[in-house]
Design a protein around this ligand. Structure first.
Ligand code: ADP
Length: 354
């Protein structure tokens, strides 16, 4: 504990020097003034100063030190009525104790708030990386499996007697094509994650949506979902951060897939659409999944609200903050007869697509 305290001391020397000087002055004042004067109450300021250290242990130590100095002063003080002095000292000790307690509570709440904030940032990254990771692994594993199979086939054609060079060449051509596909997928991923700071580009939403859909096509197929995209070919360009908007679309589609897994395989339908009028572009993700009761709809955009056993409840909260930062609302509504529709609108500021 003492070594810890010394560490704090060296981390913020000015703060601790200030605390020591102030405590020393109060101690001298308390000792040389009459017992009737409750000088020791001023130690409250020392404790409040210790809050700046940001450490509950340090605040507690300062509180204890102030209480000890108050008691020592009481015995050292030569003047005044000792009974009144005793009462004053007890009052000062109560004030010191209460302030220390409150200061520690404040610091603990502050630390919790700071932790929640950094968790939030970390989780949003983790969630997106996790979701991307799953779909990338799935998408890339297909061409790689095909490459391995065609490689084996080529070896067999070449080692046959006589060697069949034509078949071997066809197998190698398929290898080259699959390697190209794997390269394309990785290229798209790099495009998705390369820029992390928000920017204000002019975005072709259809292209951005297609890139996301390409990444999760495997996930859609694997879950036997009947998938349709209705993306207006003349969609105007929008202004915003391409990566963030892709994160939003990815999240809405992943949520839809998770809701669809809860219903029978032959009832799983997913529609991603994008359309525009003169003033705005609307993107929506419609599913025939488990849907949600009306009372749930008010809460789903709240941070940490989740109905999934392993859910984090962050996806829609992040979605809302990204879309609102782009000037548009997000919405959630029931889909008829089953499921849900989630979407957002963005105001039109960009140039029309030529
Ligand atoms: P998480 O996916 O971690 O649960 P989200 O913020 O993405 O967090 O979603 C919050 C909740 O909203 C989900 O747990 C789910 O109950 C509900 N929800 C989201 N999308 C859908 C959907 N397409 N259909 C039904 N419920 C949904």
């Amino acid at each position: 504990m003492r070594r810890e305290f010394l560490k704090y001391l060296f981390e913020m020397p000015l703060l601790w020097l200030g605390i020591a000087v102030l405590a020393g002055l109060i101690f001298i004042g308390d000792t040389i003034t009459e017992l009737e004067i409750a000088f020791a109450v001023l130690y409250v300021a020392v404790i409040l100063l210790a809050v700046y250290s940001g450490r509950t242990g340090a605040i507690a130590m300062v509180g204890i030190a102030c209480a000890a100095l108050t008691v020592i002063s009481y015995f050292l003080t030569r003047y005044g009525a000792s009974q009144a002095g005793l009462i004053n000292s007890i009052l000062s000790l109560v004030a010191i104790g209460a302030t220390t307690y409150l200061a520690i509570r404040i610091e603990m709440l502050d630390a919790k708030a700071r932790q929640a904030q950094s968790e939030l940032a970390r989780m949003s990254r983790l969630m997106i990386v996790g979701e991307l990771g799953t779909s990338i692994a799935h998408e890339v594993s297909q061409p790689i499996t095909a490459i391995a199979a065609n490689g084996n086939a080529a070896l067999r054609w070449l080692s046959a007697t006589p060697a069949d060079n034509d078949e071997a060449r066809r197998a190698i051509e398929r290898i080259v094509a699959d390697a190209g596909r794997a390269g394309d997928i990785i290229g798209r991923v790099r495009g998705l994650v390369a820029r992390s700071s928000p920017s204000r580009d002019t975005i072709d939403l259809v292209e951005a949506i297609n890139d996301v859909l390409e990444l999760i096509r495997g996930e859609i197929r694997r879950n036997q979902i009947l998938f349709r995209a209705e993306l207006a070919s003349d969609l105007p360009l929008v202004a915003g951060d391409r990566v963030q908007l892709q994160q939003v679309i990815l999240n809405l589609v992943m949520n839809a897939i998770e809701a669809l897994v809860d219903v029978d395989a032959d009832a799983r339908e997913l529609l991603v659409s994008a359309a525009a009028d003169e003033r705005k572009v609307t993107v929506s993700v419609r599913d025939t999944g488990s849907g949600m009761p009306a009372e749930m709809r008010d809460r789903i955009f709240e941070a940490f609200y989740t109905t999934k056993p392993k859910g984090m409840g962050m996806g829609l909260a992040i979605t809302r903050s990204i879309i609102e930062a782009h000037g548009g609302p997000v919405y959630a509504a029931p889909n008829f007869p089953h499921g849900a529709v989630f979407g957002f609108t963005l105001p039109l500021g960009g140039k029309a697509k030529g």
